[in-house]
Design a protein around this ligand. Structure first.
Ligand SMILES: NC(=O)C1=CN([C@@H]2O[C@H](COP(=O)(O)OP(=O)(O)OC[C@H]3O[C@@H](n4cnc5c(N)ncnc54)[C@H](OP(=O)(O)O)[C@@H]3O)[C@@H](O)[C@H]2O)[C@@H](O)CC1
Ligand SMILES: [K+]
Length: 474
């Protein structure tokens, strides 16, 4: 798992590292990596490095120092470097001297450049770009390499509440920060390159993790020679209605394709589900469904009395439950429904922002913090949907699944995700990991289904086997 650390943690690691390595050496290591990335981008965009032009946007702190040192390294490769100082009297003195020694130019006006380096602000960033920096960034048309993070984005939340840099590449040090993985900052970061400048060992346990594809592959249930349809887990799906059977078909289909376990559908869309997924066992009610190892409840269920009864029944069934869509709305409107919950069985809630607001208050700008808090308060795994999906467990663990495209954002897509989660819960997987693995495969299936053009949720279901195959081949 790749880690994500908040700025407090990075600062603490930095202080520990300074007892072994002088600050200036860490800065030069950071700057050297930035220079390498700038040279690679120059070569990719212009076919060469020597003789190309780079402008450095330099703020008042060490982020600007990194940029100035990177400029000095680029001079050695024959690049024409001009530093634009936003706060000339506070620019990093050593970095400035190094750039001047190497033959770099220094000014306060933006010049024509093939690549621009954003050294305006890094870990000490507060709020959006200030007007002078914003005016400068607005005039940049060349691709930008951001030092540590795109200036104007909040390092700890990825929130962008005004003008900000939108980078092609971000070079960061030691480990990812929340800005690189969540919120608009994750998009503004562009491609993120993490460089270990000697901080890695000092960082300790991460605040959040990103699941690697290989980890999803290892966790995904694969039947062994002694397994049968029951030992792989039986997923119950309580979703959809006779009038709106779509959600039932999508959630059941996702569960059918996710594992080799059995799927039992319970609800008024039984006829349609049985026709579309003949391998499932479809009955009219939860009471008649028989034994299951997990329930998925909510998609297309409706928010009336009948839906309420179904939610109460599955919450009291003594098996893990994935609570989605209408079931979340029902729980929010009637907290007494929680009383039906078996306290020993895990619940995974899968809200989008509006559902989250109903059950746990407005998400706000700190998506990781809000999800972690909700998981603790509700005593449930909470999966907050979004461009980056955040999954928090009641014990404080957080994982982030970053989308590579926006294709999953389509009608019915959430029904597919809940079916996948339900099947993994039935297999006995840790609920937090189950939600993370399901989000990963869901996103990949959407990408495969889309293949560059919009794909409806039913095609996302059909792409699940290809997504699992692709994950397992990694
Ligand atoms: N961690 C590590 O191990 C290593 C870290 N290193 C590097 O150090 C960087 C952190 O440097 P840092 O702490 O000196 O401050 P930094 O981020 O440059 O900010 C400078 C000043 O900008 C201002 N400012 C604030 N908000 C603003 C805004 N929105 N728009 C415009 N300006 C704004 C504010 O000044 P103010 O005007 O408020 O006094 C602030 O003090 C880190 O990101 C990495 O690049 C590497 O060198 C080596 C290893
Ligand atoms: K920056």
């Amino acid at each position: 798992m790749r880690g994500v650390w908040t700025t407090d943690r990075v600062r603490a690691a930095e202080q520990r590292a300074f007892t072994r390595v002088p600050e200036s050496r860490l800065m030069r290591a950071a700057a050297f990596a930035v220079a390498g990335e700038v040279a690679a981008l120059l070569a990719e965009r212009t076919g060469g490095v020597a003789g190309r032009r780079v402008a450095l946007l330099v703020g008042a702190g060490n982020n600007g120092g990194d940029a100035l040192w990177a400029g000095a390294f680029l001079r050695r490769r024959g690049v024409a470097v001009t530093a634009v100082l936003l706060a000339p009297e506070r620019a990093h003195a050593e970095g400035l001297a190094a750039l001047r020694r190497a033959g770099g130019r220094v000014g306060t006006e933006l010049v024509e450049a093939d690549v621009v380096v954003d050294g305006i602000v890094g870990l000490s960033a507060r709020g959006p770009l200030r007007p002078d920096a914003a005016a400068l960034v607005e005039r940049v048309s060349a691709p930008i390499v951001a030092v540590d993070l795109p200036s104007g984005a909040d390092p700890d939340t990825g929130a962008i509440e005004g003008p900000a840099v939108h980078a092609e590449v971000t070079v960061t040090f030691g480990g990812r920060k929340p800005v690189h993985v969540v919120g608009p900052g994750a998009i503004a970061s562009g491609w993120v390159r993490v460089v270990d400048i000697g901080l890695g060992a000092e960082l300790g346990e991460p605040d959040a993790v990103l699941l690697d594809r290989a980890e999803v592959a290892r966790a995904w249930p694969v039947p062994g020679p002694t397994d049968d349809k029951y030992s792989q887990g039986v997923t119950g799906v309580a979703a959809g209605s006779a009038t709106y059977p779509g959600a039932a078909v999508l959630a059941s289909g996702a569960a059918v394709l996710a594992t080799s376990g059995l799927v039992r559908y319970a609800g008024t869309a039984a006829e349609v589900v049985r026709t579309r997924w003949p391998e499932s066992v479809a009955t009219g009610s939860v009471t008649d469904a028989g034994r299951v190892q997990s329930w998925v409840v909510g998609p297309g269920l409706g928010t009336g009395k009948a839906g309420r009864g179904v939610v109460a029944e599955v919450l009291g069934a003594g098996v893990p439950v994935c609570v989605d869509a209408d079931a979340i709305t029902l729980l929010a409107a009637d907290p007494a429904l929680w009383d039906a919950r078996d306290p020993d069985t895990p619940v995974v809630l899968t809200p989008h922002d509006r559902e989250f607001a109903r059950i746990a208050g407005e998400v706000g700008s700190d998506r990781i913090g809000a999800t972690r808090q909700a998981a603790r308060t509700l005593g449930a795994v909470v999966l907050l949907k979004g461009n980056s999906t955040v999954v928090a467990a009641p014990d404080g663990r957080v994982l982030v699944n970053q989308a590579r495209s926006a294709w999953p954002a389509t009608a019915g897509s959430g029904d597919v995700l809940s079916g996948l989660i339900g099947a993994l819960l039935a297999s006995g997987m840790d609920p937090w990991l189950a939600a993370g693995c399901a989000a990963h495969v869901h996103e990949l299936a959407a990408e495969i289904a889309a293949d560059g053009a919009p794909a409806p949720a039913s095609h996302i279901v059909d792409a699940i086997p290809a997504a699992i195959r692709s994950v397992r081949a990694s």
